[in-house]
Ligand binder design. Structure first.
Ligand code: ADP
Ligand code: ZN
Ligand code: ZN
Length: 728
């Protein structure tokens, strides 16, 4: 009889799966089962990705036997296995490591795949001839509403700890407890949906009609045009039809607002997967989705891997957002993965944004996506006007121009809120000695140390190095140290001095480190009253603050002169997003942008003609340069502690590519990274560019084994980035 061989993907950097023999012939081995295997001196947990028969006895002589099967049947469905294989192929990433990204930690580590249960209580008798206490009455009232029973946790949330009352009622056989699968509570009385306007209704109808086939849609609608209402209506239709919905949202501090709207509106089992979710909850949500006990999964990037056997629709909100791309390890783009999933599941996918990515606009142009437009703000609020301020003109302080200062003053005295953006944390980006020209720089990076005055430190934003803030020049001992430029901390400080009566709130990574800090700040903002909010881009996304009437962008020039090829696209998106923050309520909004180049074509385009026009201009430039989205791009990055090794390694890689006779892929470099040294490592990159996607992938496939066996692979850290977001 031919022996069975199990091919297993293991968490290790090798680009292979490994052959093992089964430890038990009674077991019905299936792909997608987790197994424990001996690997070197350790034991690893892996996934069976293939089962084959040995051709000859000799094939199996050297094979080890697995130690133990963790699952009794396949935990991963065939489509999840295929998706992981696709990830491995497309991103040229080791299959075993792909599973590390795809699976929740507790599943990966071999924990049981049983759903967790919790205590539920339910009313057992409708006639109650007892004298009841106040708590007990409240309990009975609550349990009457939930006739199928409700979790003890929920009861405690509603009524406070009431164990004694529950036990008392139990003793009298009025209530009883039982174990029930732990799952999200469904809203009992969902709010009525608003009447969709014509544009919204036609978007819903259009998408709904395509429900039985793969149909990608780009839903382009200005902020406040009612995209979320469209999502909710579609989700409701799907839930009624017994389908599951996957909704991806960007990684921002606050997803609560979005999730709450769904929970209030839909009587559905909604699970949330974001960075605030514990490993235990993540596993439970994963299992609930897999068991079709969750209707809607709302989550950030990695939620795209959630198993959903009844998937009927995928929605990606703010599809242009950079957080959909993972920037280390498996460098996948969740939008890309979602499209593959939708295609395989033969279902529609909706990508929504006020400022679509050039990728998606290009796909519309190529008639691969259907464009749906929402032109009006749903509440009837008008879009604010954008005004440019020449930042070389008169300035008050900390980079705030006199014009802007006056405008802030006017809005505050009218009781309104003001939102200011500056894309730099800390107090100042430069600390310098006037006598000898010394500047505070990081000893591990080619970068300046940023002054953080409140914490009294200098901090490197690239490697995290922290030093005490010096008050004397370390070179010449002069006491005349000066800071240049301004960050959020300084702007906060200055504005507080100008407007001592008005609370100034700062929102950046420093002020929101504590769990819930962001949610608390946002709550405070929403409570209204005159306030000044100073924040980084973090605040630009998706939040709906009704009293904000003035938005100011202090350092808009950064994006205009960056070396990155996507910087103008990102700047255009940022400007439109922040513009959407102003005047969302009844009051009219205004937007001020400080720039040293008010005549720049970019500003003229975006102010006079808006995002769509500007995006088309940028797209035309990209086409001319054959850059994405028209061309295909890949960066191979390397870094090493030794100054020359990263460059040397990439030269060797480039040497391999040049052996190929193909003409389609242009190999550029290697070149040192713009910031060559970071965290003590020297960095370099090699660029591959081709008109078509295929030759680039063929070239990589062909040379991957050779790259893997280059001598220097052991001495450098290297990675492949397919469709990179930036080249910095
Ligand atoms: P977006 O997601 O495009 O930013 P939202 O769906 O959040 O827009 O809608 C913006 C505001 O308009 C919300 O307060 C929402 O309740 C309201 N709104 C949306 N659609 C309608 C409608 N058809 N009628 C009335 N109000 C609406
Ligand atoms: Zn000095
Ligand atoms: Zn550093």
């Amino acid at each position: 009889m031919k022996l069975t061989i199990l091919q297993i993907a293991l968490p290790c950097p090798l680009r292979l799966s490994f052959d093992y023999l089964p430890n038990n012939s009674e077991i019905n081995w299936q792909t997608g089962m987790r197994v424990k295997v001996p690997f070197g001196s350790r034991e690893l947990i892996g996934i069976i990705v293939n089962i084959k028969k040995a051709n000859e006895e000799s094939d199996t002589a050297k094979l080890k036997t697995i130690s133990e099967a963790i699952d009794h049947q396949a935990l991963l469905s065939a489509d999840l296995l295929l998706l992981t294989q696709w990830l491995s192929d497309y991103y040229h990433h080791p299959i075993g490591d792909c599973f590390q990204t795809v699976l929740p930690k507790k599943i990966r580590l071999g924990e049981t795949a049983e759903l967790e249960t919790e205590t539920y209580w339910q009313l057992t008798s409708s006639v109650i001839d007892l004298k009841l206490g106040k708590k007990q009455n409240a309990l009975i009232f609550l349990l009457k509403e939930y006739s199928e029973g409700v979790s003890q946790k929920f009861i405690y949330q509603q009524l406070g700890q009431c164990r004694t009352s529950l036990l008392g009622l139990e003793e009298n056989k009025v209530v009883s407890s039982f174990q029930h699968i732990k799952q999200p509570l469904i809203t009992h009385n969902p709010v009525e949906h608003c009447q969709l306007n014509e544009e919204q209704q036609s978007a819903v109808d259009n998408i709904w009609q395509s429900r039985a086939r793969f149909a990608p849609y780009l839903l382009q609608g200005v902020t406040g045009s009612g995209k979320t209402e469209v999502y909710m209506q579609l989700a409701e239709n799907m839930v009624v039809a017994g389908k599951q919905i996957l909704i991806l949202i960007p990684e921002i501090g606050l997803t609560t607002q979005f999730v709450e709207r769904f929970k209030q509106r839909l009587a559905a089992r909604i699970v949330v997967l974001n960075s605030a979710v514990s490993d235990g909850e993540r596993k439970q949500s994963w299992l609930l989705a897999k068991a079709t006990l969750a209707d809607i999964v709302i989550g950030t990037r990695s939620a795209v891997f959630t198993p959903l056997p009844n998937l009927g629709l995928i929605i990606i909100d703010e599809e242009h957002d950079a957080s959909y791309k993972q920037q280390d390890g498996l460098r996948y783009h969740a939008r890309n993965v979602a499209l593959i999933r939708a295609q395989r599941a033969n279902i529609p996918i909706v990508m929504g944004s006020a400022t679509p990515s050039l990728e998606s606009l290009y796909n519309v142009e190529q008639q691969r996506y259907q464009l749906l437009i929402l032109n009006q703000r749903a509440t009837g609020a008008s879009m604010p006007k954008i005004k440019l301020i020449d930042s070389r003109g008169p300035s008050a302080n900390s980079g705030i121009s006199t014009v802007l200062y006056q405008a802030i003053k006017t809005q505050l005295s009218a009781g309104n809120q003001v939102l200011l953006f500056i894309n730099r944390r800390g107090f100042a980006p430069v600390l310098m000695c006037h006598d000898c020209g010394w500047q505070a720089t990081c000893s591990h990076c080619d970068a300046r140390m940023i002054v953080h005055q409140r914490r009294n430190v200098l901090c490197c934003h690239h490697c995290g190095l922290i030093q005490r803030l010096v008050d004397k020049c370390p070179t010449c001992q002069a006491a005349d140290l000066k800071t240049y430029g301004a960050g959020t901390e300084q702007v906060e400080h200055t504005l507080q001095a100008y407007f001592p009566e008005t609370p100034v709130l700062r929102i950046d990574r420093d002020s929101t480190q504590k769990v819930n800090a962001f949610a608390e700040i946002v709550n405070e903002i929403r409570q209204g009253g005159a306030k000044i909010l100073v924040g980084t881009q973090m605040l630009a996304k998706g939040h709906d603050f009704h009293d904000v009437t003035l938005v100011g962008v202090l350092d808009a020039d950064q994006g205009l002169f960056s070396a990155d090829f996507r910087s103008t696209e990102s700047l255009a998106q940022l400007i439109i997003q922040v513009t959407g923050r102003a005047g969302r309520g009844d009051k009219k909004g205004e937007v001020f942008i400080q720039t040293s180049q008010p005549q720049h074509e970019f500003w003229q385009n975006i102010i006079k003609h808006g995002y769509a026009f500007t995006a088309q201009k940028i797209l035309a430039e990209r086409k001319m340069m054959a850059m994405p989205p028209t061309g295909s791009l890949c960066v191979i990055r390397a870094e090493s502690q030794d100054e020359s090794l990263a460059m040397q390694f990439l030269s060797d890689v480039s040497g391999l590519f040049h052996q190929a006779t193909q003409q389609e892929v242009i190999v550029m470099g290697p070149v040192p990274a713009i910031m060559e040294r970071r965290a003590g490592r020297y960095r370099a990159q090699l660029l591959l560019l081709s008109q078509q996607r295929k030759p680039l992938h063929q070239l990589l496939d062909h040379f991957m084994p050779a790259i893997g066996s280059l001598k220097l692979t052991r001495k450098v850290r290297w990675s492949i980035d397919i469709d990179p977001l930036d080249l910095l």
